[in-house]
Design a protein around this ligand. Structure first.
Ligand code: AMP
Ligand code: ZN
Length: 116
């Protein structure tokens, strides 16, 4: 996807502050952190959202969960707690249409729910 900013980050055409990388996955700091720890974990393959994932993608999505736990541990938030969440579509406020999981922690997070 030539116009996808996260594909450009994967390709190194846009900068990012990487915290984890392997053949299938990249994790980097969110550019506008909403918590003291705010990392985005993405598959290198372009998948627009969880809703666009197919059977061939379940393995990498499971892999993302494992990396989330590892990055949480390395960020020092395992004991204090953290949130791993993916936004899908308009009502969830998805802005970047390349599957990404937010890993957030380091402070008490607001409850999930309706917009004020
Ligand atoms: P979402 O609303 O779930 O689509 O979240 C997209 C997230 O991507 C937001 O938290 C943005 O701050 C973050 N973001 C957008 N552009 C970049 C970028 N170039 N590098 C890092 N994070 C980004
Ligand atoms: Zn992409």
């Amino acid at each position: 996807m030539s116009d996808c900013i996260f594909c450009k980050i994967v390709e190194g055409e846009l900068p990012s502050k990487k915290v984890y990388e392997d053949d299938e996955i990249l994790a980097f700091h969110d550019i506008q952190p909403a918590a003291p720890i705010h990392v985005l974990i993405i598959p290198k393959k372009h998948i627009a959202s969880l809703d666009d994932a197919g059977p061939e993608d379940w393995a990498v999505i499971g892999h993302i969960q494992r990396v989330a736990k590892q990055v949480a541990s390395e960020s020092g938030v395992s004991e204090s707690g953290y949130r791993v969440v993916t936004n899908v579509g308009a009502n969830a406020g998805q802005i970047v249409h390349h599957l990404h999981y937010h890993l957030m922690g380091g402070a008490r997070l607001s409850p999930l729910g309706l917009h004020n």
